[in-house]
Design a protein around this ligand. Structure first.
Ligand SMILES: CC(C)(COP(=O)(O)OP(=O)(O)OC[C@H]1O[C@@H](n2cnc3c(N)ncnc32)[C@H](O)[C@@H]1OP(=O)(O)O)[C@@H](O)C(=O)NCCC(=O)NCCS
Length: 146
């Protein structure tokens, strides 16, 4: 059974493997370890027993939350894990008004995941990404609808 829990140091080598196979511009292993020391980061992994199959990393200032990284292991995609990670992230920042993130313009699977969850595109950041250089679509999800 897949469960979502806080990322620990033991998860990071597996997270780094997923990261390398998911992105052309991956975070470093050290980058993931340093996340553990930053206060108020939201660090969640989806695990099946001891196997990490996905993760989401972000933060919240109490008003806005940001998702900085999310990925699901190739063999576990299209099984609802991305959606599960978004829901768990949302629970952690339920006091916020909205969640914002950037996604590569060409990354249609991720944009579809976010749209299905309820995010909508609110802008474009020109040349936001490198390796390769690409625009980012900025997407936002309204948690509290006043
Ligand atoms: C984007 C990603 C996290 C989605 O994870 P996932 O576990 O496969 O997503 P889910 O199974 O929860 O999918 C939920 C919905 O998202 C949409 N979706 C997900 N993958 C899709 C794809 N390849 N094509 C079209 N729609 C897709 C679908 O609407 C899907 O619902 P459905 O399966 O009932 O049709 C995964 O593809 C991934 O890790 N990609 C590489 C890393 C990445 O791009 N991260 C995002 C950076 S901004």
């Amino acid at each position: 059974m897949i469960t979502v829990e806080k990322i620990t140091a033991e998860h990071i080598p597996q997270i780094y493997d997923i990261e390398k196979s998911s992105f052309s511009d991956p975070w470093s292993m050290e980058g993931f370890f340093s996340e553990l020391d930053i206060p108020d980061r939201i660090l969640l992994s989806a695990t099946d027993e001891d196997m990490v199959c996905g993760y989401v990393i972000g933060s919240s200032d109490g008003i806005t939350a940001w998702i900085d990284n999310i990925a699901v292991s190739d063999g576990f995609r299209r099984q609802g894990i991305g959606n599960m990670l978004l829901s768990a992230f949302c629970e952690k920042c339920a006091d916020c008004e909205s969640i914002t993130l950037e996604v590569r313009e060409s990354n249609i699977p991720a944009q579809e995941l976010y749209k299905k969850y309820g995010f909508s595109a609110i802008g474009v950041r020109k040349n936001f990404y490198t390796d390769p250089r690409e625009n980012a679509v900025v997407m936002s999800y309204q948690i509290r609808k006043e």
